[in-house]
Design a protein around this ligand. Sequence first.
Ligand SMILES: Cc1ncc(COP(=O)(O)O)c(C=O)c1O
Length: 349
Amino acid sequence: MSLNNYIDLRSDTVTIPTDAMREAMAKAVVGDDVFEEDPTINRLQELAAERMGKEAGLFVSSGTMGNLVAMLTHCQRGDEIIVGDQAHIFYYEAGSSSAVGGIHPHTIPNQRDGSLKMEDIEDAIRSDDEHFPITRMLALENTHNRMGGTYLTPAYTKQVADFVHARGIKLHIDGARIFNAAVAQGINVRELAQAADSVTFCLSKGLSAPVGSVLCGSREFIRLARRRRKVIGGGMRQAGILAAAGIVAMEQMVDRLSEDHANATKLALGIAGTPGLSIDLASVQTNMVYFNIDPALPFDAVELCRRAWAGKVKMLDTGTRRIRAVTHAWVSGDEIDTAIQVLQEAVRR
Ligand SMILES: Cc1ncc(COP(=O)(O)O)c(C=O)c1O
């Protein structure tokens, strides 16, 4: 199960394609997708749209591209988006909204569960005054990466959607791991995407496909989004070879995400029982485990990760004393036991 003899918990992006994906890729019927003539991409887009309860889908190279194309489609230059201060869109996408789109991010605090407070949203919406940019879009993230893989519910999503729609503002969901959110709640993913105008989800994270994300929305939104994707160089040709793996990902890799969630809980409990480490167990809701190193200990997150790496376990330092571990299809329950042991020895040394 392990990857190159390591238990690699840095991210679910390290997953590699399954044998079924490689077979589907080898046999994929392809065509020129800029002419909309790649049957495998067309099938992937239809399947994705159907799963999200939207009219249409657009295959993009990454989650970052999906989010950017959504922002470029909903907004004009000088417009503003409301986004959480811990959101991937704000934190980890190289400032793409402003760098490429001239779109101004207005951040409000993410709560511990990844949500945004309704009062904060209300305060952030600009009035019609020439001093202000126009608030055009709000982004939610589900699951929320930096808040620990926490999920948002359909009821909360609908509450936000109704609120912003009543003010002429679009709702985009960065649903890189929205299937994790659905599986954790035992609901159909459509319930989480329904209220949004657009949603991006990733095939190449917990679902193990090698490349790609899909942006979904109305037929008209996707028609406009195709041009924005072209502007940023995302018009691909015989990329059905990649979409083939994405179809297998959606058909075969969703239900098993519950195993990753069980493994994350197991890891979190092991960490909670390790002197010198602390963890907020309530934040461990899907496949992510964030934990902290006691300030009294004479080493930081970089050093602890280095020690774990020497024991063949890879994790990611995300703060001076904060570490992230993410479970996925290429880590078994037994390997989680091994990872806990390695971590406990690394703390003791
Ligand atoms: C919540 C979230 N959104 C978007 C992305 C971007 O995805 P990509 O790395 O495919 O650009 C990530 C990547 O980890 C993510 O965690």
